[in-house]
Write a protein of this length. Sequence first.
Lengths: 213, 213, 213, 213
Amino acid sequence: MAVARRTVGTGAGGARAEKSAARREAILAAALDEFSARGFAAARLDDVAARAGVAKGTIYLHFSDKEALFQELIRTVMGPLVATLETTAAVDLPLRVVAEQVVDLFVREILGTRRKDVIRLIITEGPRFPQLAEFHYREVLSRALAAVRGLLRHAIDRGEIAGDALVRFPQLLIAPGIVAIIWSGLFDRFEPLDVRALMRAHLDILFGEGRPP
Amino acid sequence: MAVARRTVGTGAGGARAEKSAARREAILAAALDEFSARGFAAARLDDVAARAGVAKGTIYLHFSDKEALFQELIRTVMGPLVATLETTAAVDLPLRVVAEQVVDLFVREILGTRRKDVIRLIITEGPRFPQLAEFHYREVLSRALAAVRGLLRHAIDRGEIAGDALVRFPQLLIAPGIVAIIWSGLFDRFEPLDVRALMRAHLDILFGEGRPP
Amino acid sequence: MAVARRTVGTGAGGARAEKSAARREAILAAALDEFSARGFAAARLDDVAARAGVAKGTIYLHFSDKEALFQELIRTVMGPLVATLETTAAVDLPLRVVAEQVVDLFVREILGTRRKDVIRLIITEGPRFPQLAEFHYREVLSRALAAVRGLLRHAIDRGEIAGDALVRFPQLLIAPGIVAIIWSGLFDRFEPLDVRALMRAHLDILFGEGRPP
Amino acid sequence: MAVARRTVGTGAGGARAEKSAARREAILAAALDEFSARGFAAARLDDVAARAGVAKGTIYLHFSDKEALFQELIRTVMGPLVATLETTAAVDLPLRVVAEQVVDLFVREILGTRRKDVIRLIITEGPRFPQLAEFHYREVLSRALAAVRGLLRHAIDRGEIAGDALVRFPQLLIAPGIVAIIWSGLFDRFEPLDVRALMRAHLDILFGEGRPP
DNA sequence: GATGAATGAGGGTTCATTCAT
DNA sequence: TATGAATGAACCCTCATTCAT
């Protein structure tokens, strides 16, 4: 979301476009803050503008309305993610290793960034934004699930795992991650959740550590 | 929807109180519909009243404001649940059997009822209603988790399971259920999810079916 | 536009509806003032509400939006007029007499009332409100012109007038009235126009007074 | 629409001034289109600029604000008209001939040009622009009426007409023209008006064709 | 208790105007 | 001189809340 304010060695031509892009980024960042804190309906564009350091009208130079701002925010943040996942899943390593990489990726690229907030927004506002849910399914979720499925089939072929439960329901692989996102927003002040440990415990269960002989 | 203004010659003295209670229930039911469909901020009390078949002002005879209506709705629906869970968990049966009963309970009492909508509301609106999250944690979640933990400790003592992953993170037991709730609201029209099969696959993984020898 | 505030001898039932109708009238009257003074686009509903002595939201209890308020205003004021004209035109008297009655009607019922302001609004805002122009044509103008045409045909049959100019263009009969409406709004402070004298002079010309032998 | 930023080696020194004047004209023409289509308040300078092929800021290099643009538009278009009328009225010919020339002038120079739109704008927006009405009265209307009055007095002196109706109310001469302007904007799609025939019928009435002997 | 008309604060959106480039 | 991104005041409309009936 950060953008260099100055492009070294650019002729005079790009300065304006650059500043415009920087403002757009600032608006998106502010919008994420406000939408996350209050939800779509209750967030005020006044506050978004103030937080972004622009006038209210400026928002409308970049986004046609509040809803477009919201949807482009989701797309901007989630769009670039899948390529990374597909790359990770394509590597030819033992399942446990790759699964750990996927989990690591999830922890690093989602839980460790603003993307967790975006996922929360998709969960909380998705029912009211069918297009958004559709975009997320088509562009992110279905591809991510396909990548994971491919990974698992590979593992089955090599005899690394026997059951097909995960192949049929790859959601089970990241279900704890989703729960962690929700938990952290709601209950962390009562009982903090060590997400990394949670995910590790999950992998231990999936791969049969500490099970009766 | 129309209601007689005067009850003449009521035999039982409680007829008025009964009618009042019925109205209250109607309002709560209508509120659940509207809050689920639109979210707290976007739901309109006008619509709640219309759906409940009462006048807008009547809502204020039963609830002090929109937020109180919302919170009492959550409490009313979720409150009675825990006792059932605690009873289920107290039974002294093999772990796999009890776990299946817990999952069944979840499917039957939550996914099969309006409670799934209430859970979705807790997830989506909880961040804006700290008291609500706190209530849910104290009255529902912490007790449910404690019950499950007791169950698991028992199983470890009897040598039924070895690892302590589930004891440390009992959330892992119902994580797929949470994901199912979210999935059904967002993505069912693209890819329906067989929740019962999902939960069964999850149990298979937890209890090591179809794993390499 | 005036409405009795109290209906004598009405049971308690009508009091509320009556007050509501009175408010509606007050809003319409205030709207006419504001739309006339500023034009549709520049008129502010805030000012309409203040002038009507109601809150802004009250306007929306009676009219779905600013445009509906505007259109209903026009219809309410112009609607009842035509019947009167048609009655006047149906009388069987010498043409000059009836024409004078028509002119009198115009002066009394339009120039002497708020209807002149409504006509001005139709003229000024009509181009932006096709439905309004259509309503005015269908419900008022075409019927008024037909009535006048009937009158003139009758006169021709009786040999009272020879040329068919007025039959073909009955607009010519009230053209000076329209000009008077426009003039009074724009130029009266520079050169007041005696409308009654203008119309009388117009009739003199039409009916050939003071013309060379 | 694009315009070269620099004129290199301008032969005639006035090239820049010429281009500036051309822009000014383009803005005025575009403004007439937009003001006519939407009215003063609803017309957007963005659209005026786009239609004129200039940037929004450029408008402010030629006109101090929206209102000045509007008023200068009216003055620019209406100003040069009166001289023509005064010339026409000064000719020493039989009244009927001159009157026909006046009507012809009206049809040709007003109804046949954008001036009809400007007159419509004066009618529709005049009440909100007192200075504009004053300008129009002083510079156009009063002089036009004076010219017509002179014409008519002359005719009376020569015994061409007897009554003084037209002298007292020269407005009656062009009243049908005004009505035609209004009619064409509002009702032409329901009932087209043959303006030339209307004016001719009007003259027939004024000059006593087809009247009973 | 029950009603629903009335209220008015609040917020999304538009657009005339400015000014750095 | 010309540009067009940026500004922010203004305004329509919504809806939670109140209260006379």
